[in-house]
Design a protein around this ligand. Structure first.
Ligand code: PLP
Length: 399
């Protein structure tokens, strides 16, 4: 092999992938069937929220095994409405993880409540139930755990805490559509769960999100908030068909029949998406047994994640630090990503709520090494081998 082939691109070698074949860490899978489904919906009577949205909601509710599913414009909108439906308010505290996307904590903030972080477990990177207990005060009213990378949290322990302190739980299951915990689908636990259908997620509708619940009252409230909080059948105005009035501060988070058509078509392939994600991970895991200093995800007993992310940790024995590794992978035109910069590092949470670096040491320790390697169903075996070759050549160069 020539020196050019051995040397990583960051050190002057030829990149593993040419720039026009650069690879991201995730991405959608769109087939002709998906396109036809959207085109057909476009020719229907409704292109905003219509019967196809109802169909998609039923499909996801059946899949998760819950009574209600309410589709909205994004996972962020789903969190917003779930927080409002939970009744979070200005003197309340809501406990969540610092190792998540900002929207998870925004579910508390949008309703005027304070997000309180509880540290994570180093192995699963999920919120630590013991840390949750430590953060409970008399103002705590809610809990928003997030199933990191698709691996369900310690649901049983968290539900015991919620029960003990009468907390409303919103499971941020954006990563975990298709995952199970002791045979039970992620998202099927009380009180509510939310999903995202962003293109990198396990199923996509371009943008989109959903609130799922078994609770009739919460579902009614979310439905109403989604669509302006308008009472379309105001009592006493039966002979005034135009009489539609807002009952509270609502939003326009309506999902469209076009998105729902794509979602229904994608749900047909959810099992094959999971199979392909598992195959890619199996290949990574075999290869990484020979790579020192690259920690692969730990899977808890009884869970079957549909991995959304393949998040490894680059530690000292690898030979270079995470920053160098990420930049070296980018130089190979493989755009790995980091999930996430802990929320207490963000200026918003520091300025508004006084959090500081150092507050959540476990999350910070994990963050030091975190990198999400490419994982998406459209990756073929060659793509996977490219990632492995890039990782290997970067390590060889640094050791
Ligand atoms: C854990 C988590 N929560 C919430 C969101 C927000 O979802 P969306 O991008 O659909 O608003 C995301 C997506 O990025 C996420 O990963």
């Amino acid at each position: 092999m020539s020196d050019q082939q051995l040397r990583p691109a960051i050190a002057g070698g030829e990149p593993i992938r040419p720039p026009d074949e650069a690879m991201g860490y995730g991405g959608q899978s769109i087939t002709e069937d998906d396109k036809e489904a959207v085109a057909e919906a476009l020719g229907g009577d409704y292109i905003t929220r219509g019967p196809t949205v109802d169909g998609f909601e039923e499909r996801v509710a059946d899949y998760i095994g819950v009574d209600h599913a309410i589709a909205v414009t994004s996972g962020t909108a789903a969190l917003h409405l779930a927080g409002r439906a939970a009744g979070f308010g200005s003197s309340d505290e809501v406990i969540t993880t610092p190792l998540t996307f900002a929207s998870t904590a925004h579910a508390a903030v949008y309703s005027g409540a304070k997000p309180v972080f509880a540290d994570v477990k180093p192995d699963t990177r999920n919120i630590d139930p013991d840390a949750v207990r430590e953060q409970i005060t008399e103002d705590t009213v809610g809990l928003i755990p997030m199933h990191y990378a698709g691996q369900p949290c310690e649901i049983d322990e968290l539900l015991v805490i919620a029960d003990e302190y009468d907390l409303t739980v919103i499971w941020d299951a954006c990563h975990a559509l298709g995952s199970t915990w002791h045979g039970e689908p992620a998202g099927s636990h009380p009180d509510m769960a939310i999903f995202s259908f962003h293109p990198v997620k396990n199923v996509t509708t371009a943008e989109g999100g959903m609130v799922v619940t078994d609770d009739d009252n919460l579902a009614k409230r979310v439905r109403s908030l989604r669509s302006f909080e308008i009472d379309y059948d105001s009592p006493g105005h039966e002979d005034e068909p135009w009489y539609q009035v807002t009952e509270d501060l609502g939003y326009n988070y309506n999902f469209t029949d076009l998105q729902a058509a794509l979602g229904l078509s994608q749900m047909e392939r959810i099992e094959s998406f999971k199979r392909r994600r598992d195959e890619i991970i199996d290949r990574y895991e075999v290869a990484f047994t020979n790579i020192e200093g690259l920690l692969t995800p730990t899977v808890k007993e009884g869970v079957d994640p549909m991995w959304h992310l393949y998040a490894v940790e680059v530690v000292e024995a690898f030979g270079c630090d995470r920053k160098r590794f990420v930049n070296a992978m980018h130089a190979e035109n493989i755009y790995v990503q980091v999930h996430y910069v802990p929320l207490h590092f963000h200026p918003f949470f520091q300025d508004e709520f006084g959090y500081e670096r150092g507050d959540y040491p476990v999350a910070e320790g994990v963050y030091q090494g975190l990198v999400s390697l490419p994982l998406y169903p459209e990756m073929d075996n060659e793509d996977v081998e490219d990632v492995l070759r890039a990782v290997q050549r970067i390590q060889q160069h640094h050791t």
